[in-house]
Ligand binder design. Structure first.
Ligand code: SF4
Ligand code: SF4
Length: 296
């Protein structure tokens, strides 16, 4: 089973313990407006435009069957409508129009990750992220088992908004589960992400019952999901499950906006929190929660 990915990147320090090699899988069932990897939302390849390389020849505009590109190479309309045909990429003489998304076999992915083995030093490993890796569970499983045979551990970074059998299928292949908890209030969760959080809670219970090692990862966006009620909800959830080893707070940062521009999407409109605000969240949660709380 091949995977469809945007990248395999070395030296990640934010995707699990130690130095990690991160595999970014395409496709996500949620639509969190703060997403910092918007190029992974669509499950198929799509074009990105790198303005600094563009020589404004207009070849992409003449090639695009959807009329999405302007004579200066910029996006005419919403980049989400790109069908990924690649005509603009083939037409571009400057490498300014780039296709994001490619197929990869588990063997090729494992071989690429193994090149980074010297950096893992018994602590790091591979992290499957995205997008939502559980949408491509068969690829993740096959790659993770290949890595395990080579002594390289795997983590998966997931929203857990996925079928229960996808979770079950990875129990014997994945060593650490980095699981999002985005908003405790179900209605707010639906408004923010487009989906209910009840399945996420159920998958967490499932993982916990199976003895999985879990880290709860909580994106916090000022004025959106940083309420005292949500912090209390995070603490209650973390303390209710033995398998949850720690809580990572992930304050919003705006690096996704550069990618949004390249995809023809408008800015997300959020503001990064000040350091004091971030530390206030962590201190409040530490006062409520028995599990270790880390500030990302
Ligand atoms: S990849 Fe997208 S932007 Fe490029 S030509 Fe095809 S539809 Fe147009
Ligand atoms: S073909 Fe490439 S260089 Fe020419 S306008 Fe389009 S993106 Fe820019």
């Amino acid at each position: 089973m091949n995977g469809i990915i945007t990248d395999i990147l070395s030296f990640s320090l934010n995707d699990g313990p130690g130095i990690r090699t991160a595999v970014f899988l395409k496709g996500c069932p949620l639509r969190c407006p703060w997403c910092h990897n918007p190029e992974t939302l669509s499950g198929t390849p799509q074009a990105m435009w790198f303005a600094a390389r563009c020589v404004h020849c207009g070849a992409c505009a003449r090639a695009c069957p959807k009329g999405l590109r302007a004579e200066d190479g910029s996006w005419r309309t919403d980049g989400a409508a790109c069908v990924g045909c690649g005509a603009c990429v083939r037409a571009c003489p400057a490498g300014a129009s780039v296709m994001k998304g490619r197929r990869v076999t588990p063997e090729a992915a494992a071989a690429r990750i193994e090149r980074d083995r010297p950096f893992f030093r018994g602590r790091g490993g591979a992290t499957f992220t995205g997008g939502e890796p559980l949408l491509q569970a068969a690829f993740v499983k096959e790659t993770a088992l290949l890595l395990r045979r080579r002594g390289i551990p795997s983590a998966v970074e997931t929203s857990l908004f996925a079928p229960a059998d996808a979770v079950d299928s990875l129990l014997d292949a994945v060593d650490l589960w980095l699981c999002d908890w985005k908003e405790t209030d179900p209605e707010k969760h639906r408004l923010l992400t487009g989906e209910d959080n009840a399945p996420v809670r159920e998958r967490l219970r499932r993982l916990d019952a199976a003895g999985a090692r879990i880290v709860l990862r909580c994106p916090l966006i000022p004025g959106v999901n940083d309420s005292p009620e949500h912090l209390a909800g995070i603490a209650a959830l973390a303390d209710s499950m033995k398998g949850i080893e720690a809580v990572d707070l992930l304050p919003y940062h705006n690096i996704g906006n550069d990618k949004r521009k390249k995809l023809g999407l408008p800015p997300d409109g959020f503001t990064p929190p000040e350091q004091g605000e971030k530390e206030g969240w962590a201190a409040a949660l530490r006062g409520l929660c028995r599990k270790p709380v880390r500030l990302g």
